[in-house]
Design a protein around this ligand. Sequence first.
Ligand code: TXA
Ligand code: MG
Length: 326
Amino acid sequence: MTEVLTADAAGIARAAALLRAGGLVAFGTETVYGLGADASNPAAVAAVFDAKGRPHFNPLICHYPDAEAAFAHVEATPDARRLAAAFWPGPLTMVLPRRPGCPVALLAGAGLETLAVRVPAHPVALALLRAVGRPVAAPSANRSGQVSPSTAEHVLAGLSGRIAAVLDCGPCPVGVESTVLDLTGPRPVLLRPGGAEAEAIEALIGKVGRPIPPAAAEAARGLRSPGLLVSHYAPGLPVRIDAASVAADEALLAFGPPLPGAAVAFNLSETGDLTEAAARLFAGLRWLDAEGTRRGLARIAAMPVPARGLGLAINDRLQRAAAPRS
Ligand code: TXA
Ligand code: MG
């Protein structure tokens, strides 16, 4: 049985006690719900991979209540300190070298010499992290490959019975995962576009290396069956992106004025607001999947979203949702 905890003092204390005892507790952050485990407990970290059905030991992000706690476990570069001052608490994850004696289980970092750290901007998450008093490893709280959760109901839909508890923190205000920035090389590299805008990061520390978009990376590899590598955030129905029209057997994920003729539609933002669209993305994909499936539709058609600001993160997630499945 998975306990559903209210985000009050008693609920936070119970969640912290479960985490300290090695249990798995999902909790809300400003981006998406995370599946938390005591990062210094290797068995708890291993249980996270098991509960998610994550096939590879993909490294996890460690969550801290403040920059000082994070930088006690990783070496902060000057850029990292400036970014922390500007973006934390907030949706930015920094990959930095582990410090000697770092107590985080090697499995949490998939055996790498580096560690991804972040300070989330959610009052309940911060209270929980302070109460736990240990680093909390937390990937998104969904079964591997599925759409990330932005409500406690989404978490339960995928993980009920597989985790000790979920701390209900309400809907996540940002709605897409954090931006992941690698600061371990000669030049910072954006590993994943997310809630912290790349333009704002570059305004602070200069140009960062951009990742190759998933679709282009796939084309460059020339793989016939690349779904294994790229497919992610995938609803049950297939997804078609950059839709300029919508067919009778398609459910429409709209952005701005909707295309005419859709039997079922979910509008990310009627006014074309990227912040609103990011916050509604995963709930919209889930709703269209359920409603489209119920009505026997063939796929979800997604309208184009501009590739700037949070649009970079939205497009990354849509391209992955549309990638060939393995
Ligand atoms: O918003 C978020 O980041 C959410 C909330 C819960 O904080 N978490 C999240 O975690 O999205 P997850 O596990 O779904 O994504 C972690 C990403 C992966 O792309 C992983 O490869 C990358 O961070 N990552 C983690 N540690 C890394 C490391 N040491 N080096 C490079 N990439 C790393
Ligand atoms: Mg994830």
